[in-house]
Design a protein around this ligand. Structure first.
Ligand SMILES: [Zn+2]
Length: 57
């Protein structure tokens, strides 16, 4: 599984089977985290999780 998360609050912006472009995912949200409203475009972070591990909420 692939996860794109906010680097401030760890909000999951994308999770799915397919790898995605982090910046495109950010653009979908208007470059702002819908939860903490911090700008997303500065330090994109992509988490790739294989197997059973999931990001903590
Ligand atoms: Zn956030």
């Amino acid at each position: 599984m692939y996860y794109v998360v906010c680097n401030k609050c760890s909000y999951t912006l994308y999770s799915g089977e397919r790898a995605v472009n982090v910046l495109k995912t950010f653009q979908k949200y208007g470059d702002k985290c819908p939860r903490c409203f911090s700008r997303l475009s500065t330090e994109p972070r992509k988490i790739v999780v294989k197997g059973k591990r999931r990001p903590s909420p």
